[in-house]
Design a protein. Sequence first.
Length: 502
Amino acid sequence: MIASANPKEKSFGYKTQNPFNLWRHSLKSMISVVPEIFDSSDFKTDLSTGIVAVSLYNLEKNMVLSGLELSSRHYCWNDLKNKDPASISDIVSYQICHNILRYGIESVIRLSDPSPTRISAQFKELSNIPKSKRCLFIYIGHGSPKPISEAGIALTPDETTGAETITGKQLLESMPIPSCFIFDSDYSGLLFNEISDPNSKSDRFAFFSCGPTEKVPHKIGLPSDLFTSCLLTPANVAILWGSRQFYYFMTGGAHEFHLSYFNEENGVKPHLLAFTYEIERLLTVLVRAMAYSVMPVDMLYNCFYRDPKIGQIFINFCLYKRISRDIGINPLCYPEIPNFSDHQLWEFFDLYLDRVLLRLVQLENNPSISKATIPTDFSSFSNDAITAIEHILKLHVFDSVPNEISLLPIILSETSLQLRGMMAICNYIDLGEMAIRSLICYGIMPVIMSLPYRENPDLILPVAYCAAKMQCYSLIGDIILRSFTCSALPLRSVLFEAAKKT
């Protein structure tokens, strides 16, 4: 383990302490280490294929019987007004595929109003895909009285067999590669027991829009596919939902955003895209930190890191879990994770969301406002965060991980704050095991190793110091911690640079 600084030197400040001198003797042993001890043996996967099954063939008929119009339904931020009822499933499946591709999935297959046989046949075609790949299966079934029941998932009747349903067990058995299932329909929780069957040895994740006796919300002003929209476009849902609370405190002409605000058919808003990117980045780092505070490390890694794309779906699910609390439904996931909808780290998310909503209102009311000022909103947010962290570390009055530490990954993404962020990390990990462990599990190592230390020589020593210290800790700690760190090659590179500098 790399030596710690002398506690008596703390009062003289970080520069006087100069921790880099404390680990120079370790450089040679770190550089010449056997690469294999860095490599984790966990089975990582990559979500590479998607299958979207949309069954809305009964939607128009049942809405007419209920005295409703299709214009009251919105899917993928588009209303169904003036849409051909015969092609609704086709339109919705196309839009969902478009949203899935944001995740970098290699191929997506659309199944509009499919039969059980068609789904099974599609699964069989995946048999030649490597086992390191994972398939995402999304089912959206709205319009029929019981889209999911004890008999299984309601689909279009098969022309030859007459079969109308497929069970969760059949889905698992016919899927030849690791899988992830998303079920967005009434009573979707009825599938939970089959999908979570401990006797099934398949590698799978699953997300259910509601409990076994609940219906998904179809309220005016909300997407009809609220669950899927939150999993695939979480920032839009956050802005829409946040506007409801935000406008309660505004005076004069207060109104929440309409769904059409997010519809690209009405014109893409570049400033909105900029904000959604920042919202999703902030959501990612905060939920990972929340998860670390309430979950075992092996479970944290399995759900949020082993497959990065699945990890992002888990992150977005946590946002939906928080929103669904206000609606009164109980979404489920497999593996089950703790509910941290009331975690205090959500305060950071709400704080930035309020900034976004205020800026969007200003832009709507005054289109002449320069769009060039938009990125500074997040920059100032990050600057406030690093200032707070520096103050906290100076006082050193905490017994647990300070909430502000969770923001370090996004602070490091701001070029002007990278050196301050790295110096804060150097100070923080010198506090002991709790500090090192938390940053490792926040996924900070890949962020640190991606910093431009060759272009900015001032970053070389703090990057090498932090990377070496966290890597050493992972080698003597839990084996699972190695999965959060990095391979030997990038670590050797930065250590060589540091050795030349020292």
